[in-house]
Ligand binder design. Structure first.
Ligand code: MV4
Length: 460
């Protein structure tokens, strides 16, 4: 096992990684920006190194500074968390060449799966269901016309270098195709420095369901079931749950096996997430693979009782997986709410500032992953996540009831949060019956406005 790990991140995930290291008997190094000097990850780590000013490009995103901190402290491995350098193949490569273990998949695998078009092609060849569309990137307008003739409208144009909903454009008919293709290409060029795009059939009102996998360096691969992340707004996930209300044992097994097949085809190692869309008929289609630990990994931990960060670390240290697929038992139901410093009634705009009062819920089946405390100032430079509130119950109903009472106990003052908005979701029959889709939040907000016209001014 490693003696010392550098945590190349901040916020709740940095604390989460430090906790796993402590339980493994591994020393930790925190890196922090000048804006994070008062952060708990600095307090709880064994050593800390300031790596620059607040703006991410001058600290957490700067590979040179992170590597320098690792060298100074004699660190053997780096855990990148999520965001920042977590899915940067060049960074993983630099770690390797400096003889520092990158806790994640190999640079080659990160690179391959970062190209969403190539990833899709590779998965299709491995027998994983994919959405009908172009075989790789679009070479010309004529190429695009030919494809739409086969699959029919509506179609969606996606950036090869995109992902997570960035760089997508829906096209309803032939007349709009040429202009949409040009715009999608130039937007992708500006946003990602790569203007390649691919086309697929557009699926209206899908569910977003993703499968957690673990793969070691000895050829063992298992899946840990799914997470339903359909409750999102503008590709920002708000609520995640496991299991999904629309996935039964048979579908879980099919999606799990498809995920493992795909992971084997690329030589995947470490923890990973295989993302799928499920259409209203219940068909599932591969979307992309996320090569990092995800924010919502907690709901999988709750129902499997497996510490995913410890597993990631042990895999990187060359150990075999502790569990076989047949050892994985799913227990009950878990739900996570992302509590952010955002104004829900004003389009979820982030509001940085000082948290004056902070009281977190507790009791049986309640977990709060947070770096915040009363008096903590949310810096303006980073994402607005204050805390993840996770509940675990024997079934979905108990989890919902537990989430309601936990939200009632959660007190945050000084910055706005969506806690009240979440309370209305857990009272909403559409959510309670589990038959929601990706349009849920927009519809709910429209309904909230219809009931309370005074609020419409704040929103529009
Ligand atoms: C789609 C789609 C409909 N059809 N692809 C958004 C995140 C990215 N990973 C894939 N996304 C979508 N891809 C086809 N062919 C609709 C979405 C989508 C979506 C997916 C999951 C959850 C919320 C979403 C919100 C808008 C669009």
């Amino acid at each position: 096992m490693f003696k010392k790990i550098l945590v190349a991140n901040r916020g709740e995930i940095a604390l989460r990684i430090i906790r796993a290291c402590k339980e493994l008997g591994v020393l930790t190094v925190a890196v922090y920006s000048e804006a994070d000097a008062d952060s708990l990850h600095v307090r709880f780590a064994d050593e800390d190194v300031c790596i620059g000013p607040g703006p991410p490009a001058e600290s957490y995103l700067d590979a040179k500074r992170v590597i320098a901190a690792a060298e100074i402290t004699n660190t053997e491995a780096i855990h990148p968390g999520y965001g920042f350098l977590a899915e940067n193949a060049d960074f993983a490569e630099v770690c390797q060449s400096c003889d520092i273990a990158f806790i994640g998949p190999s640079p080659k695998v990160i690179q391959l799966l970062g190209d969403k078009s190539l990833a899709k092609k590779t998965m299709r060849n491995a027998g994983v269901p994919t959405i009908p569309g172009s075989d790789g990137v679009i070479k010309s307008y004529d190429d695009a016309i030919e494809i739409t003739k086969v699959i029919g409208y509506p179609v969606i144009i996606k950036a090869a270098a995109g992902g997570g909903g960035r760089g997508m454009r829906v096209v309803e008919n032939q007349e709009d195709l040429e202009k949409a293709l040009d715009m999608a290409r130039s937007e992708a060029g500006v946003a990602f420095g790569n203007s390649e795009v691919y086309i697929e059939k557009y699926i209206a009102n899908p569910r977003h369901v993703e499968v957690q996998i673990l793969a070691d360096n000895h050829g063992n691969i298992i899946h840990l079931g799914e997470r339903d992340c359909t409750i999102q707004r503008r590709h920002q996930k708000l609520i995640e749950e496991s299991p999904s209300a629309i996935v039964d044992d048979q579908l879980r097994q099919k999606m799990g096996k498809a995920s493992i097949r795909g992971a084997k085809a690329v030589g995947y190692t470490s923890a990973g997430t295989v993302e799928f869309l499920i259409d209203p008929e219940g068909n599932f289609y591969f979307m992309e693979v996320n090569t990092r630990i995800q924010v919502e990994h907690t709901v999988t931990e709750e129902i499997t009782n497996i510490d995913l960060i410890k597993e990631q670390i042990e895999i990187a240290a060359g150990k075999q997986l502790r569990c076989k697929q047949s050892d994985i038992k799913f227990n009950g139901h878990a739900i996570e709410c992302r509590v952010t410093a955002e104004n829900a009634v004003n389009n979820f705009t982030p509001v940085p500032g000082r948290i004056t009062t902070f009281h977190t819920p507790g009791g049986l089946g309640v977990r709060v992953d947070t770096h915040a405390y009363a008096g903590y100032e949310m810096p303006e430079y980073y994402d607005s996540l204050i805390a993840k509130l996770i509940v675990h119950g024997k079934d979905r109903s108990e989890a919902i009831l537990r989430m309601r009472r936990a939200l009632d106990e959660f007190i945050v003052e000084g910055v706005p949060t969506p806690i009240d908005f979440y309370k209305s979701i857990f009272e909403d029959p559409v959510f309670i019956f589990g038959n929601y889709d990706t349009s849920y939040i927009d519809k709910l907000m429209a309904g909230v406005l219809a009931k309370n016209p005074a609020k419409s001014k704040e929103v529009f």
